[in-house]
Design a protein around this ligand. Structure first.
Ligand SMILES: Cc1cc2nc3c(=O)[nH]c(=O)nc-3n(C[C@H](O)[C@H](O)[C@H](O)COP(=O)(O)OP(=O)(O)OC[C@H]3O[C@@H](n4cnc5c(N)ncnc54)[C@H](O)[C@@H]3O)c2cc1C
Length: 476
């Protein structure tokens, strides 16, 4: 029996689940690791164990996750939940925390499907208690059934409107929606109307969300600029300008959102080459059409590869898994190409639609690049724009030098929250493209872990059942 898995998949969201279904059906020994207690990822979080009496209220796009999770549960891949991966070597070694211990396994091929995170939204006061991302508000809702009455939602993007619509459907009062989409984006995205037309159902869905918000009578402030949250010890109000007027609104909870970007910590710690996407204003791993990264055994699928959405993530998981089966010599090149065609078509049309979305909801500069000296950039180490400017003037010209000089990016999130802001700030100060500035270098462990976990160590190898199944298959 081999002590090495054919394929290890990190993340059990739509991309990871779909990859596992395809890869295990193709006869590969597959293990899937996810730090959460169950499969689903961000979009389908807890859909099979919702704390809500009627989870249907969160919409059909949420409920359809049950089908994928059922297929995933029934596939032959080994599944390990509450397994938090903190090291992946280019030799196929994976180390992760499980049950307060360190576990190790090895795999010939690795598929990283660690998903997305929300883009940092570094405005004055975004670090105050009472302020959180809109996605985190949705996590509270899906995971614990917790909501906040009379919150103010701020930002742009389909996910923001979807969460507001979910609040409306649940009957939770919303104080206001402050929309930062500039009027100019409606005009500039018009040239991508043909791309939008590839997915009329999604256009109708988007218009439906906006219509629901309008009908609910929630005050909506459009093309807002000059945002600043204020409060002593906790957030109590937000100031902004909209339609030529200045406003100050009071609330106890502010939910911010400026779209999602790939979760890069795993890709960076693995040393994968990254590239800057001007369309999505984010770093993403450099991949070929099969999701293969600059490290031959490692592929990336789903939102961690660049934002593709849940259906795109599932399609990409299938494509990447078929290529892994080809690399493992379990299918021919011709079979791979043939079987991947439907998923590639799905992905292509979703990517066309995304071009329209990316242009319409492109976050404005002042919502990505802090303007005021006392705005916190690194919330873990409480480093402000002024601290970073000083570090830059003292010689911190690149992200890693600046990190060394200021500790910005050295906290528990390992730069996840400030990495993009730092790259964009340096690009502005150096008057160079972001692509030339680069991103933080990361090293393992990429997650917080205790000394107890490091000292308790054991190995995980494939279950003999794979060997048996393969022997049975060969006998037939
Ligand atoms: C907060 C948030 C909420 C969202 N809500 C919606 C929504 O309601 N509707 C919608 O259409 N889109 C939503 N999205 C976008 C959505 O995430 C995706 O389009 C879709 O879920 C992407 O699928 P994926 O498989 O690429 O990643 P994900 O679904 O994010 O799955 C990634 C998985 O990787 C696991 N993981 C990450 N790091 C590790 C590690 N080190 N060790 C082990 N496991 C790890 C995570 O636990 C997670 O389960 C949301 C995004 C965010 C950030």
């Amino acid at each position: 029996m081999s002590d090495c898995f054919d394929i290890a998949i990190i993340g059990a969201g739509p991309a990871g689940m779909s990859a596992a279904i395809t890869a295990s059906a193709g006869g590969a020994s597959v293990i899937v690791l996810d730090e959460k207690a169950r499969a689903g990822g961000q979009i389908y979080r807890n859909v099979t164990a919702s704390p809500l009496p009627s989870p249907e209220v969160l919409g059909p796009d949420y409920m359809k996750g049950r089908q994928l999770i059922e297929a995933f549960d029934n596939c032959a891949a080994e599944k390990l939940y509450q397994a938090s991966v903190w090291h992946v070597g280019d030799n196929g070694e994976i180390l992760f925390s499980y049950n307060n211990e360190t576990r190790r396994l090895a795999a010939k091929e690795i598929i990283v499907t660690c998903g997305a995170m929300e883009r940092p939204f570094p405005i004055p006061g975004w670090h105050l208690p009472g302020v959180m991302s809109a996605g985190s508000a949705q996590v509270m809702l899906k995971a614990e059934g917790i909501v906040r009455d009379d919150a103010i939602f701020v930002g742009t993007g389909p996910l923001l409107y979807q969460i507001v619509a979910q609040y409306i459907d649940l009957g939770v009062p919303v104080r206001a929606l402050i929309d930062t989409t500039p009027w100019s984006s409606y005009a500039s995205s018009a040239r991508y109307t043909l791309d939008a037309a590839t997915k009329p159902g999604m256009v109708v869905k988007g218009l439906g969300l906006l219509g629901k918000i309008a009908k609910a009578g929630i005050p909506v402030y459009r093309a807002a600029t000059g945002l600043a949250i204020a409060g002593e010890g906790k957030a109590t109000s937000i100031r902004f300008e909209s339609g030529g007027k200045n406003y100050q609104l009071k609330a106890d909870h502010f939910f911010l959102h400026q779209g999602v970007i790939p979760n890069l910590n795993m890709s960076r710690a693995l040393g994968l080459e990254l590239e800057w996407s001007e369309q999505q204003l984010c770093w993403k791993p450099k991949l070929d059409t099969w999701g293969q990264s600059s490290v031959p055994s490692v592929a990336v699928a789903g939102d961690g590869s660049g934002i593709v959405g849940a259906d795109g993530a599932a399609a990409m998981g299938d494509i990447v898994a078929l290529n892994k089966l080809f690399r493992l010599e379990k299918i021919s090149e011709q079979e791979r190409n043939q079987r991947a065609t439907p998923s590639q078509r799905t992905l292509d049309s979703l990517n066309s639609f995304r071009r329209f979305i990316d242009h319409l909801y492109r976050p404005i500069d002042e919502c990505r690049i802090p303007q005021q000296e006392d705005t916190v950039v690194c919330r873990c180490e409480e480093r402000t724009l002024a601290d970073l400017k000083q570090g830059f003037e003292l010689g911190g010209k690149g992200p890693n030098d600046l990190k060394g000089m200021t500790r910005c990016g050295m906290g528990p999130c390992q730069g996840r929250q400030c990495g993009h802001t730092v790259s964009e700030l340096l690009a502005q100060w150096r008057n160079q493209p972001v692509a030339d500035v680069g991103y933080y270098r990361l090293r393992s462990p990429m997650k917080l872990l205790s000394l107890t976990e490091m000292s308790a160590f054991s190995e995980i190898t494939p279950r003999p059942v794979y060997e048996d199944a393969m022997a049975d298959k060969e006998a037939v």
